[in-house]
Design a protein around this ligand. Structure first.
Ligand SMILES: [Zn+2]
Length: 136
């Protein structure tokens, strides 16, 4: 039986992983300023935090949570949310939207992106004119 989790519970999990740290102020290297939680189609929850590095080699909290999900051999995301240390839910950046869409055909039409405490959108609404559809 797949365990259901409410949006509110998923949002709470993002706050639980927030752990803002400035690793190297001179280089602007920080971690944990954004937390992400995702629920898979199978009912698993994975979390992650951002890693901001110099030279553009860091990655978003979504990226981190998705990597952990894939490590556990899951690819289909039912819901995903990110919460910033500035105290707001923030939608995924363009790179993360593309990442979510490329790892599973399920995700483009089905992943629910939580964009506020009481509002969400499907990935396909946030990533219209998907280029991958032209390769079918
Ligand atoms: Zn991102």
């Amino acid at each position: 039986m797949i365990k259901m989790i409410t949006n509110k519970e998923l949002i709470e999990k993002t706050k639980n992983v927030l752990n803002p740290k400035e690793i190297n102020a001179a280089l602007g290297i920080q971690t944990g300023y954004t937390g992400c939680a995702l629920l898979t189609k199978n009912g698993s929850v994975y979390t992650g935090v951002n890693i901001d590095l110099a030279c553009g080699i860091g990655f978003c909290a979504e990226h981190n949570a998705i990597s952990t999900m894939i490590t556990n051999n899951e690819f289909d995301i039912k819901k995903i949310v990110a919460f910033s240390a500035i105290g707001k839910i923030i939608p995924p950046c363009g790179r993360c939207r593309e990442l979510i869409s490329q790892i599973s055909k399920y995700n483009y039409n089905n992943t629910e992106i939580i964009i506020s405490n009481n509002k969400s959108k499907k990935l396909k609404e946030l990533l219209p004119l998907d280029w991958k559809r032209y390769f079918k």
